[in-house]
Design a protein around this ligand. Structure first.
Ligand code: X2X
Length: 342
């Protein structure tokens, strides 16, 4: 009896001293690596740090995630991120669909020019059936999507002239991510695209190697003070850039069920918060983010639906080529959801 009691007390003390993961025989790594393409101060990088903090707190320090910003895990080459994630070089990612779309073709859905008119349409797609299908495809490739964050609608800025109609864009040298559909879309609209990693882009803006670029206002353009390089901004919502907070499947399987649950909840919380941050000031009546651009000397043009349609009309061939690549069924489903949301 006494011995049994002693064993019981010993077991309890052991459980208190050692975390459940150790008792369960699961060996955790000292550090888990999380990849982010941009710097730590941008809302995207901050969202990753927030996730890491929530996981650390929720697991009493059992899971220690270090955020590697500025594409450092893939030597600057942002379109390689999915590959290094799949291989396990990055255990976690907070990633843009754009950077992964070179490898996972259906993600080019979000790159279709002028396909998503607003946040309502976007949310209906990512939170619904289409979002689930994309998650299942990614899962089958070895990675779990834990939550959807956001970089935002991508708006064009440049140093030459105000872009109000398609003709204004003609001949402008625009930096884009090195993913084929971006290059083809810019060419279709008459621009002269130059592909470049984000890590090299800011120096290129400074040196005037390119005339312009396209990125979300709150998530990128304001934090990098784009007005240092460009005086003109056009709000045209031509492409949406969702972010996915993800974990490598094998890494996830190595955690106890309780810790997996902590990770899932942390991802939902961190992405919800991050989405709210990057939308602030961009939804009428609060358009204060555009005022920030103006206050810093930029001329800001907001395109109406008819003008967006003029740009869209120029990208017909992009649609023709990419719909079958993305998956005709998937695009049709998304289109139905977008139309129903209007
Ligand atoms: O390279 C870009 O423009 C950026 C930072 O927005 C992405 O990673 C897609």
């Amino acid at each position: 009896m006494r011995i049994r009691l002693m064993v019981f007390i010993a077991a309890i003390s052991l459980a208190m001293v050692f975390p459940s993961a150790v008792l369960a025989g699961t060996k955790y790594k000292k550090e888990y690596k999380m990849s982010v393409v941009v710097g730590p101060k941008l809302p995207w990088g901050a969202g990753a740090t927030r996730f890491a903090e929530l996981v650390r707190e929720g697991t009493d320090g059992r899971i220690n995630i270090k955020v590697y910003t500025s594409s450092s895990l893939m030597a600057g080459k942002q379109t390689n991120e999915f590959l290094i994630h799949r291989q396990g070089v990055a255990d976690f990612c907070f990633a843009s669909t754009i950077n992964w779309s070179t490898t996972i073709k259906p993600l080019n859905l979000f790159n279709l020019p002028f396909f998503f008119p607003d946040y309502k349409a976007l949310d209906a797609v990512t939170q619904g059936e289409v979002g689930k299908e994309l998650e299942a495809m990614i899962q089958a490739k070895g990675v779990t999507v834990l939550g959807w964050g956001e970089n935002g609608f991508r708006e064009i800025t440049n140093s030459r002239r105000s872009i109000k109609v398609p003709k204004d864009l003609e001949g402008l040298k625009i930096r884009v991510v090195g993913t084929p559909i971006f290059i083809e879309t810019m060419k279709a609209m008459g621009a002269n695209p130059v592909n470049m990693n984000w890590g090299d882009a800011q120096v290129a803006f400074q040196q005037g190697v390119v005339d312009g670029q396209e990125n979300p206002v709150v998530a990128i353009e304001i934090p990098v003070k784009i007005w240092q390089f460009h005086q003109y901004a056009t709000i045209w919502r031509y492409v949406i850039d969702p972010l996915m907070l993800t974990v490598n499947n094998k890494v996830m399987a190595g955690f106890t069920p309780e810790d997996q649950e902590v990770i899932r909840q942390a991802a939902v919380k961190a992405t919800e918060e991050q989405r709210a941050v990057v939308r602030k000031g961009l939804i009428a009546p609060d358009l204060s983010a555009l005022d920030t651009l103006r206050r810093n000397g930029m001329e800001v043009v907001e395109l109406d639906r008819a003008t967006r349609d003029q740009f869209k009309a120029k990208t017909k061939d992009v649609y023709k080529k990419w719909i079958p690549v993305i998956g005709t069924d998937l695009v049709n489903k998304a289109r139905t959801i977008v139309e129903a949301s209007r």
